[in-house]
Design a protein around this ligand. Structure first.
Ligand SMILES: [Zn+2]
Length: 220
């Protein structure tokens, strides 16, 4: 799962909870940020194999600290704690819970896409429904989720017509990125280059999410 993760960020954000969209963009990919960092440090292991699954080249055979179910629950709780206690101290418990949910949603969506490489705890009891084995279907799910999230975002946030267009344009750009990732053949990158790519692309999307809402403040 790649851009589909952002559907949750779009779907959660509302005028009521006022969690910045960029924070939710970090939250829904938080586990992958930890994963990419640990791969760069040589602690978690990744093989990039052409044709490993129809929709992804990633063989994440060792990622217990970022992607086991127990780790995902701990990271989710920790994210909510940091959000509420150390950063947005005026945030409601509900908003902190939504941040935790955003972090945990990553595991659920990965569970749908990944081919039995997600451990329940440590590196054992691996699960994953393996939708990545069905390239078109997995791509369809990513795009459908993203579209649904953006529809909710536009419906639940007071935004100008110009910003609506910008949000939809961003959504289309994410779909194009997903098309490139799913369908365009390429030579596999090294594990470290893949991890660097995760950091660069995800952070680029976070910056766009930030800019989308910054424009909004200027408009009103
Ligand atoms: Zn992941």
């Amino acid at each position: 799962m790649f851009v589909g993760h952002y559907s949750v960020a779009f779907a959660i954000k509302s005028d009521k909870n006022r969690i910045p969209l960029w924070v939710l963009f970090v939250a829904v990919q938080f586990l992958d940020y930890i994963w990419a960092t640990l791969v760069l440090l040589g602690i978690e292991k990744l093989r990039v194999i052409k044709g490993f699954t129809a929709g992804s080249m990633l063989d994440s055979y060792y990622h217990p600290y970022s992607h086991s179910l127990v780790a995902a629950l701990i990271w989710s709780a920790l994210a909510a704690l940091v959000y509420k206690k150390f950063w947005q101290t005026k945030a409601s418990n509900g908003a902190a819970l939504l941040v935790a949910l955003a972090v945990f949603s990553h595991w659920i969506l990965d569970f749908i896409a990944h081919p039995r490489d997600l451990a329940i705890y440590d590196n054992t009891w691996k699960v994953g429904l393996g939708l990545w084995n069905y390239r078109g279907l997995e791509f369809g799910l990513e795009v459908a989720l993203l579209a649904g999230g953006i529809v909710l975002y536009v419906a639940r946030n007071t935004i100008s017509a110009a910003r609506q267009k910008a949000v939809i344009g961003f959504g289309l750009a994410l779909v194009i990125v997903q098309i490139g990732d799913t369908f365009v053949p390429r030579t596999p990158l090294s594990d470290r280059a893949t991890a660097m790519g995760v950091w660069i692309f995800y952070t680029l999307f976070v910056v766009v999410a930030y800019l989308l809402e910054r424009t909004r403040r200027r408009e009103f």
